[in-house]
Design a protein. Structure first.
Length: 351
């Protein structure tokens, strides 16, 4: 019996051309889970204001991170799929049915390769079950729930009933250890006995931002959006994006021996002033003005490097930091093809 594995990520334009970026933004921003307002207001806001005004500028940004192979997000996703397939078939048998127990495919929530195209390939391989993993560690309606709804829609279309979906994995020990393995090279060797001191003045854990209303929607009778409410994970908040982000920071700080007072959890990519705070760009600016010279920035919400990590943090924040007196801002790259991350995925699948 073949088992299908579906890796799902957010997606990318097919190219950095204005036409393709416009097509991507139109699909992405018209998703009711992404901009969860009145449908008519969303249609006007997205199609008459945001897409026409931002497509050219966004295309220029994508041009700066585009490679000969294409979009970094798609490239890393393909490699993750290939490495996971290899990890799940370590000793291929001459008999196909024995050697390839797992069939791994990937699909993007927006644009190509689509989730539907991945299901088609899995159907052609005659898999008996599918385990889908939206590659967002921290559950959020605008990413995870949207992807899950699309996965279920397509599964129903293809007649797949034996479907398992991994909704979150921010608290998975192997995921956390894979983050540690990526970060360790930036923390050792150190001039000081205390890890981090001497080499880095400060550590920023930057997560993708969300509107505060989307956080409160999940737990309307419990969520307070403050440090007390998010100080621990329980049944009352395990799907709270903010609480999950703070949990990840606490776990990484503990594992990497980062001193108290030397780090902060912040949120990037905001659209207005009603998004999760503090804002990463403001934190970077403030720390530079306070005299910090070297900052290390983590982006644990992303398993693959993309526009938000390569450009927004690596280039934009780096420029802001230097402009305000800082000397070096270093981005800790995403998990990408890290062996421990591939092993973490394998264990999530096989239990």
């Amino acid at each position: 019996m073949k088992k299908g594995i579906l890796l799902v990520n957010l997606g990318s334009p097919d190219s950095p051309s204005v036409k393709d970026v416009k097509k991507y933004l139109t699909q992405f921003l018209n998703d009711p889970f992404v901009i969860d307002i009145n449908p008519i207001a969303r249609y006007i806001l997205v199609n008459w204001i945001i897409v026409p005004s931002r497509s050219k500028n966004s295309a220029k940004l994508y041009e700066q991170i585009w490679t000969k192979e294409g979009s970094p997000l798609i490239i890393h996703s393909k490699r993750q799929k290939e490495l996971l397939q290899k990890a799940l078939t370590p000793h291929p048998s001459p008999k196909i049915e024995e050697g390839n127990e797992y069939v791994v495919e990937m699909g993007m929530r927006y644009q190509n390769p689509s989730i539907e195209s991945a299901f088609k390939k899995l159907a052609e391989q005659k898999v008996e079950s599918i385990t889908a993993i939206p590659l967002y560690p921290h559950w959020a309606s605008s990413s995870t729930e949207s992807s899950i709804m699309e996965i279920k829609r397509v599964a129903k279309k293809f007649g797949f009933q034996n479907l398992k979906i991994v909704e979150k994995f921010y608290d998975d020990e192997n995921y956390l250890q894979s983050l540690v393995s990526v970060a360790e090279k930036y923390l050792t060797p150190n001039p000081s006995p205390k890890t981090g001191e001497g080499r880095w003045d400060f550590f920023v854990f930057s997560y993708h931002g969300l509107p505060e209303r989307q956080i409160k929607k999940i737990y309307p009778n419990h969520c307070e959006i403050n440090d007390t409410c998010c100080s621990a994970i329980s049944e009352k908040n395990k799907f709270c994006y903010r609480a999950a982000c703070y949990f990840t920071t606490r776990e990484l700080v503990k594992r990497l021996n980062i001193p108290e007072g030397k780090y902060i959890t912040s949120f990037q990519s905001r659209l207005d002033d009603k998004w999760l705070k503090p804002y990463s760009d403001k934190v970077i600016e403030e720390k530079a003005k306070e005299g910090m010279k070297k900052i290390l920035v983590f982006s644990p919400a992303f398993v693959s490097d993309c526009l938000e990590t390569i450009y927004e943090i690596g280039i934009e924040y780096g420029h802001t930091f230097k402009q305000n007196g800082g000397e070096k801002l270093q981005l800790v790259e995403s998990l990408n093809e890290n062996p421990k991350w591939i092993e973490a995925l394998k264990k999530i699948i096989t239990g």
